[in-house]
Design a protein around this ligand. Sequence first.
Ligand code: FRU
Length: 482
Amino acid sequence: MLSERDLELRKLANEEIEKYKDKVEADPYRLNYHHMAPVGLLNDPNGFIQWKGTYHLFYQWMPFDTDHGAKFWGHYSSEDFVHWKHEDIALTPSDWFDENGVYSGSAIAHDDHLYLFYTGNVKDEKGERESYQCVAVSEDGVNFEKKGVSVYLPEGYTSHFRDPKVWKEGDTWYMVVGAQSEDLQGKAVLFKSEDFSEWEHLGVVTGSGEGNLGGFGYMWECPDLFELDGKHILVVSPQGLEAEGMQFANTYQSGYFAGSLDFEKVRLNHGDFRELDRGFEFYAPQTTLDEKGRRILIGWMGVPDQYEQAQPTIENHWIHCLTIPRELTWNGEQLIQTPLDELKEMRGPVILHSSITIENDQKAVRGIEGKSIELNLEFDEIENQFAIEMFQYASLSYKDGILTLSRPHFEENQKTEFRRVELAGELKSLRLFIDHSSLEVFVNEGEEVLTSRIFPQAEDEHILFTSLGTSTFSIEQWKLKG
Ligand code: FRU
């Protein structure tokens, strides 16, 4: 049974959707094949799971504003990753333990039911934060009943303690939580449960100030811990890293540590942190293991506190979207991200040019244009410098092993800003997904990814290719159906 407060919040949110529907839908920056909220602000993907065959993807949602606030969980479902249904609101901030936000969390199947674990965010009378790890349960995957608090804040941490990711190993359930220790260091904290009800606090698996991580952020958000090809991977979003050369250029980063988790000692022995994405907007990703055994990742195409209120969609009462789903694999050294195979189902007829040479020139290529497309380039030669210019707005350019993405600065319109990444080898291939106001670039079969929002003129569909010296490449393009 939903409480009166819950019903009231749902009604208000649905009214908000109705009120701005026309405005939101008329915005040329609405995306064609990415997840967005129907109105207001979307941030982290939550509760990503395949349950009884159906994929469920929830998201952090603030229906009443394009700023952060008391979050709801919005909900999409799909059978095939191509056709998505926007379901009823899953959770609202209606209870004493989550009244200032049903914050991020995860989903797990148990006893024929779908469970959601999330953080209840509460501000007390003095404005001080409290956080509770809470549970909700569903029989049908659509209607959820809150079960209340399952984990209270253990000693040793501040109330920045959130984003539970739950999984099962053998007969034991584990939960990893993002945390800040009392000495203001970011940590990933492990719990376990033998009965799915009582959770034992095991301690910190790794964090800022531990092992070789001196001063690695003051808070770690949205941890996700899983095994892939014999490695334990901890994906996490640390806050407070300083920019370092080409790395850590955004306000906050998301990346991973790879190593081996000693469950007895509660210790992840791991190598260096590596960013998952080198574009302007990528944060708080979450993964799931599907019934085919694939480890699939979806991220938020945004970063907290970075240009949020400068984005042009806010005048139409919405902001942000999620990334396309990416399959993760481990190549022996690093994670590789590949756009999920199912996305090929969105492709229209192919336009193919098997060998194009450009020499000290800038050219358009017949048929290569559009705002909802996938573009694959394979390079035979880049003698000096090669660039793709999109819609007189964003440009991707390669020279001397370095790939640079540039676009106008959101806040200071005249200025161009850059994100750069040094590739491990030559540039061999680029796979671009463009969707009206988004760009996702998969480099060399997913060794690097750059994800960004772009806000070009709506009418401009032109893509230009520039080469200094000689560049030879093949190109394939598909228009993508939503
Ligand atoms: C990450 C985050 C999470 C939190 C949620 C609130 O973007 O700050 O740590 O649970 O967003 O919306």
